[in-house]
Every structure is written in structure tokens, then in C-alpha cells.
Ligand binder design. Sequence first.
Ligand SMILES: Nc1ncnc2c1ncn2[C@@H]1O[C@H](COP(=O)(O)OP(=O)(O)OP(=O)(O)O)[C@@H](O)[C@H]1O
Length: 639
Amino acid sequence: MRPLLAAPICPSCLFTTNARNLLLSARHQRPSPWVTQRLYSRHDKPTRNSRMVLSTRVSYGPGGEAHRRSERPPRSQAGPFGGMNRTSAPVLRGDARISSRLRGPGSAGSSRGDSRESRGDDRRVKAMKMQGSLATIPYGQRARTKEEINDIDSFDKFDLLPEIKEAMSQDVLKGMVNIKPTPVQRLAIPALLGSGTRRRSRTAAKDASERQEFLLAAETGSGKTLAYLLPVINALKQAEAVDPAIAEHKEAYTKQWLAMREPGYTGPRELPPHPTMARPKVIVLVPTAELVEQVGKVSKALSHEVKFKISMYSANISAKVIKANMYSPKGIDMVVATPHLLSSMAESDPFILSRVTHLVIDEADSLFDRGFSPVTTAILDRALPTLKQLILCSATIPQRLERLCSNEFPDMIRITTPNLHAIPRRVQLGVIDVSKEPYRDDKDLACADAIWTIGKDAAQAQSSAGPEGDDTRHIIVFVNERERTQEVAQYLQSKGINAVALHRDTPEQRQSEMLESFTRAEYPSPSPEASEDDAGEKPKRYEPSKTMHIPPPGKGRRTLDNTRVIVATDLASRGIDTLAVRHVILYDVPHNTIDFIHRLGRAGRMGRRGRGVVLVGKQDRRDIVAEVRQSMFMGQALI
Ligand SMILES: Nc1ncnc2c1ncn2[C@@H]1O[C@H](COP(=O)(O)OP(=O)(O)OP(=O)(O)O)[C@@H](O)[C@H]1O
């Protein structure tokens, strides 16, 4: 087999030509020169760096690309049944008529009558639009999806194996009562199980043995991990039950084991290795060691009851342990890994990816970004021939990912939730104008003061709650540049705050230790659909004041004991389930709305309340902050 990293990489999407050729050969049995030329020419087009630009077409139905290619007119949305059987929102098909009709808030139903409203809205979102980060999905489409999933109020409605349902409630969501599937779980579980209605006719007509591709896009902290894990593990167990190699092994194993127990047995004393030894069926790729641990933990919790073998591979785990797990004669069903580690393992033993049936690429926007794309696609390359399901998962869809999906996976089924790209109303965003008194353009001082304010409020709440209440506040401060993490953390320490810096150069083991207390739930999760009133204790509003809360030098104790602060770059903003975090401070105004979503998404997870505080200096884009706040206030998706 050709070494993968040596394969030419498409300059536009960094998709190796290996993967593209495999896709071509799978889809077009005899790839015509025209198809190949077309595909390549599209790839070879120079594109602007869109790393931080969210797609305007996330809600394309699978085949949105196909529509364009065949010059078929877009399906009409008129009439009461216009939106039926769609698999995703028909937005911004590049057709000005459609986009102006469907785009933006208040566009549900879309009419000329809305034009004044949308003009007003256009003005409101001018700065965000200029950045062109986020997709818009018509509110009519969102409402329809909401209605569609309204009735699915229990996991019993899914065609999952009983032991999976049991493991989920007993082990994964232990201690929770009245567990209901979240919107992304309601949409994705039936679709991945093959029992949902979200399949377009062409896909439904496909041979059952053909590969299916899914894109799961849902807001942060909305339970995407279980949305893909449950159906994938279900498929793993179903396949295992009818696998002749496994049945054969079971028989041979029992025979040998019984023989070895016989008195006077002199034959070989080795049990036959399991057919899955070094041949996992399920691979979950995540960008960081911390996420390997997080997703691995959930999978492990499921495995006790469901009985499957799962291993985690990241820089946090020793090479010896990784090797022992992969080549264990007991076999291995599932691997959760970072792409770099798995890819280098596959370099030395390409067969470890030769029987993969399910490949999940979590945080797909990161894993198809420039830094990760070559290794991610190298793994995809190797796994494609045997894949039954490819699942990309993300809270945000940048244009780059959207292009890759449209170009390389035109049959991909898009699953988008009603609140995609919206920051929940439970999370409020306060603004501190650093240029004003008492900070006088000193962001460090404003940041320290904000933390002292949060700490003092917590102490007050503690004294009224009595000694039982836990008053520790976990706060994440996000900066844009890695170099600033250390500087800001040191400044905060000088002001008596328990702060540490977290960035890519922090050893992975240390990162996990630092994040540990941030990921422990400090209070039980409310229902995923918690209303504003029952979404937990309301974090106190940050009221800018002319007087600072940091005690002046020389006045009493100057340490703030009830707060833990991590100063981080984007590293801590992706996927980490920071259940204990109620406050996020945006030290720098994020570069784009994608970063706003991920950073604020560390607070207010799964129905909880949260508060963001953004520090705005003279140089910062106040217009963007104002628009984000406005959109959040109105409960609208960012663009
Ligand atoms: N149905 C449910 N009911 C209550 N809690 C749930 C449910 N499903 C998942 N959770 C919990 O919600 C939390 C967030 O889930 P998860 O980490 O999967 O979110 P996510 O959508 O992947 O977020 P992100 O986009 O930030 O990665 C976890 O602690 C998980 O245990």
C-alpha cells in the first residue's frame, strides 16, 4: 500500500488524492475522465483561507450539490407540505431568489412582506456579515425540525438494544431522573440506526451494504457524543452477533479452554486470538488527549453493560499500554484516538485500519482544518474501503468543511438541530468597557477585577446558602494568542487569583490535571429542555462599577480562595465538557463568531445557566460584540 502522507494533497481542502480516488471508485464504478477532471479542477482552484469562515450552506440537503450539478431547479417551498421530507434546511443555495426569500430571522414563510424586516436585520448584522462566518438556517425550517422531534420524549422510542439503553441510564447518565433525548439525539439516533425519516430517496434506495455518510451539527454541550456513540455501538453489537468469524472463534476458544483444563493435557497452552485483535471495527477521532479521555470514559461506561472492548490512544497513554491493548489476544472493538497517534500506528501496521466499519470524526471542523487534515484524511484513506458509516460531528460548520463535504461526499446526510449556531439564552453576555474608569485601558486589571467580583459574589451566596453549599467558581479566561496565556495567568496570580495557563505547549498530562475539576458537575444537570426558571442557579449579572473589587494593596488578605481560573487559547474551547464552568471571560474579542460559539459554549452546558464577560478595549470590534449580544438576546443563530 502506498504510504499515505506521501499522497498528493489537494491544496483547497487538503484531502489526499488517495481518498478522492477511493471515493471516486466507490461512487463512479468507472470514473469517467470528465468526472475526474471536473473534480480535480474544482480542487485546484485557489481558495482564500477560510479556516475561520463558517459555511453559509450547512443546511443544504444531501444532494444540494447534486441539484446544482444537474441544473435541476431547487425544490419549491411553497404550500403547506413544501418542507416535508427534507433532510435539512434549504438555505442559500447560491440562488439569490431563494436566499433572499429564506434567509435570516423572520424569514420563515418568506415573503415580500418580510423584506423590510430583513433589511433591518441585514443592517443589524452588518459587521458579522462582513466577517461572513456563520450560516443562516431559515427559522421556518428550524420550527419544522422542532415539531418533527417533539414527540420523541424518551430513549425507549429508539430501536436500540435493551442493554445499550440500560447502560446509558445506569452508567453514563447515572443519577439523573426523567432522562430525555436531546434534540440532536432525537434526530441523529434514528438516522444512524437507519430507522429515521431523514434519508433522502436516493440514499434510501441505495444498497444496504453501501457506505452512508452523515454530518451531525448541533450546538455545544447538547449531547452529540451519545448521539453518535449509541447507534454506532448498537451496529457493532448487531454485526458481532452474526459474524461467522466470531462464532468460530468462540467455539475454538471454548474447546481449547476445556481441553487445557483436562488433567494430563500436554498440547499447546495458548488460547486462539480473537478475530478483532489489532483490527478494531469502530474508530472515533478527536483532536486532543483530553477529548480522548472524555469520549473514552463515556464509551467505557457503556462497555461494562454492553460488553465490548474499547481502548484510548493519545499522548497521555504510554506506548507500551497502547501496544498491549491493540495487540491483546482478547481483541479490540473500538478505538478512541487523536489522529496523529493513530495515523503513526497505521504507518507501521496498515492492517489496523483494514476492518473499520464505523469512523466518527468528532470536532470535524478542527480535524479537517489545516493542522489536522493530512493525518485525518490519511486515516480516512485507509478506512474507506470497508466503511459502512462515516460520521462527521461538529458544533460549527466552517465553509471549508462544507466545501469538503459537498465535493467529496455529495450523498452526505446533514442533520442540523433547530438551535444550531445559536448561543442559548441561558448564557448571558456582559461587556466591560476597558477604556473607561476605573480600568483606563488596562485589560489585565479589568480581568482580575471581574474575577474578584465573581469570587466575592460567590462568597456572599455561600454565606446565605450555609456551610453545605460549594462556593468554588471555575472560570475560563480565553485569550487569542498562546503567548498571552502565561502573561495573563501570571498577572492574575499577582492579584491573589488561583490561575494557570493552558496552551498547546502544556504537557498533555498536565492539561488533563488542570481541566479535571472543571469537568466535574458541581450541580446536577437540569433537563436538556430546562426552561429559564429551572436551569439552575442564576450567575449574578456582572455590573460594571466605578469602584474595583480587587482589594487595594496593604488592605487585609489578598488571595481569592474560592475561584479556580484557567487562562486558555482555543485548545480549551473545543469539545471539553466543562460542566463546572459557569463563567467564561473573553479577555480578547474572538476573531469570529465560530470562536464566540465555542468559547461561550464552555458555560451553560446541557440546560445549565452560564455567563460570559467580554472585555472590550479601544482597539476591539465593538460592532461585532454588539451584534453577537443582540443575536443572543433575541435567541437567534449567529451568522
Ligand atoms: N439526554 C441527556 N440528558 C442529560 N444529559 C445528557 C444527555 N445526553 C448527554 N448528556 C450530558 O451532556 C453533557 C454534554 O454532552 P457532550 O459532551 O456530548 O456535548 P457536545 O454536544 O459534544 O458538546 P461540544 O460541542 O461542546 O463538544 C455531558 O455531560 C453528557 O453526559
